[in-house]
Write a protein that binds this ligand. Structure first.
Ligand SMILES: Nc1ncnc2c1ncn2[C@@H]1O[C@H](COP(=O)(O)OP(=O)(O)OP(=O)(O)O)[C@@H](O)[C@H]1O
Length: 500
């Protein structure tokens, strides 16, 4: 390997899974480079990166690492060899602390464990890294108690403290708001500075120019184009993505507002939520945004009966309700699309049709059994509407791409036909074209008299789709504004307001 040669080089690589095929892939990555990979859901971005990360080998073609044939046959061999792949669904250790997750690699191995397993030492190291990166998360918190964006940040810190020479970030920012993304970008830039070579998969196209050096588009299993990021304008990037031109990004229609469907008074769950009050009317999309840790997901869990608030009242269609279980919330007409699909949503060993129909089984009851014909018919309808690929009703979803799993989860709750939807980061990991399909379904829900509470860290999405916007900071609603009054600056100012 010469000083100018690529650290990673794929030559005519092929991989087939059933009907899906990656064909003649040629791509490379240099020391100190950030190579961004974009493409629609299910085009093979993660599959391609998993071959580099030691998950499985290619069927044909060559992968060179430091100029020699790549020969890692497992994930841990690849990690030992200097290649770290950070999966989009994170794969952290939920029962370990934040600090233990970050330094897990230094904990493994008997000799190392004996020397390093010192909780105070790990915590002190963690605190000093957090200070350097301006992260305000408790190193001793159990990882499972954090929100998805916080867990994403912890994964990025794992990369930061690692000695890997090649790091693959697979949608590292999909649930992050702008302030958290800034920390992530600083981590990625620091790694680049150290000479680490980085593949970076993203559906957030603004990131291409913010941090990328080169960008490649994966289109139906092949690399369509590779460009220098600074030479392609934002329109050029959009045009590189087939199917994403000529579509209104936020097709919000104004629907007629009716009576109040959901009213929340003084909801408190200490130490995070402090007296949250708001209402949601028929025909309305109300947005809730805020920084990570602001209490957005906890609020959703309280409204859906997953956790019990200590104080406060929830009324649904004028009747005060106390939910002890999500089933009671569902019976009252509430559906929740959760933030973490792998943790709280997808049944990965089951089929597309089981996943999609499981929340609405009552609809399919025919005398003493389930109406199979109707199950297939309705599954097919939502597969088409949400462009789920491959989308055969009997496919097991375990191997589906992240974005397609997310769409299956949305389909499940749409089948439920609830009057009230709580959507917690519903478009996480969804490509720009498919996002529009989801926004259209949201319009359809409110047109038909439903109401949506949209929790999102993407301010553009909140501005584009909501009638009213609530900003949560430190567990309190810091401000409420109409779509007309709202701006990114106003929202960010309120979201970062630390006054009590
Ligand atoms: N182990 C596997 N077995 C069978 N099929 C697989 C396997 N891994 C991936 N696939 C298939 O490969 C295709 C590409 O999936 P992949 O996860 O690479 O897409 P992606 O571009 O990363 O999508 P997304 O943007 O949604 O994350 C999908 O159709 C998926 O079902």
């Amino acid at each position: 390997m010469t000083a100018n040669s690529a650290l990673i080089e794929l030559i005519a690589v092929k991989k087939r899974f059933g009907d899906f095929q990656l064909e003649d892939i040629n791509i490379d990555l240099y020391k100190g480079e950030i190579h961004v990979l974009v493409g629609e859901n299910g085009t093979g971005k993660s599959t391609l990166m998993k071959m580099i990360g030691g998950w499985f080998p290619q069927d044909e073609g060559v992968i060179l690492y430091k100029g020699i044939h790549y020969s890692f046959s497992s994930i841990s061999e690849a990690v030992e060899g200097g290649i770290l792949y950070l999966h989009q669904d994170l794969q952290n250790f939920e029962n370990l602390t934040v600090a233990e997750n970050i330094f897990f690699r230094t904990l493994s191995g008997r000799k190392k464990a004996f020397f390093y397993f010192n909780p105070e030492k790990i915590q002190a190291r963690c605190l000093s890294v957090f200070k350097e990166l301006n992260i305000k998360i408790d190193p001793q918190a159990r990882l499972g108690s954090l929100g998805f964006a916080e867990k994403q940040l912890i994964s990025a810190v794992r990369a930061y403290v690692s000695k890997a020479e090649v790091i693959i970030f697979d949608e590292p920012s999909s649930a992050m708001g702008d302030p958290e993304r800034e920390i992530l970008f600083n981590i990625v830039r620091a790694l680049k500075q150290r000479g680490t070579a980085i593949f970076y998969i993203s559906h957030r196209l603004d990131e291409i120019q913010t941090i990328g050096d080169r960008v490649s588009v994966l289109d139906r299993g092949t690399i369509g184009k590779t460009c220098i990021c600074s030479e392609v304008g934002s329109q050029g990037i959009v045009e590189m993505m087939i199917g994403e031109v000529h579509r209104e990004r936020y097709p919000r229609l104004s629907s007629r507002k009716g009576r109040t469907l959901l009213n929340v008074e003084n909801l408190t769950h200490s130490p995070i939520l402090k007296g949250v009050s708001f209402s949601l009317r028929k025909g309305e999309i109300v947005g809730i945004t805020g920084l990570m840790g602001s209490g957005r997901t906890l609020l959703a869990k309280c409204l859906f009966g997953i956790v019990k608030p200590e104080e406060g009242a929830i009324s649904v269609r004028g009747m005060e309700r106390r939910f002890n279980h999500p089933l009671e919330a569902m019976e009252a007409g509430i559906s929740l699309i959760p933030e973490d699909r792998m943790e709280n949503g997808i049944f990965s060993i089951h089929t597309v049709k089981t996943n999609m129909t499981s929340a609405a089984l009552k609809r399919f009851v025919n005398k003493l059994s389930l109406d199979d014909r109707f199950i297939y018919e309705l599954t097919g309808k939502y597969v088409d509407e949400l462009s789920i690929a491959p989308g055969h009703a009997d496919d097991v979803v375990r191997n589906y791409s992240g974005g397609n799993m997310q769409k299956i989860l949305i389909g499940r709750w749409l089948m439920q036909r609830s009057p009230i939807y709580i959507m917690d980061e519903p478009t996480r990991g969804i490509d720009a074209a498919s996002k529009v399909d989801i926004y259209n379904t949201m319009n359809d829900i409110v047109e038909k008299g439903g109401a949506i509470l949209l929790i999102s860290s993407e301010i553009e999405e909140i501005l584009g789709m909501c009638d009213r916007i609530l900003v949560l900071a430190g567990g309190k609603i810091k401000g409420e504004m109409s779509r007309e009054e709202a701006s990114k600056e106003k929202i960010l100012r309120l979201a970062t307001d630390e006054s009590g």
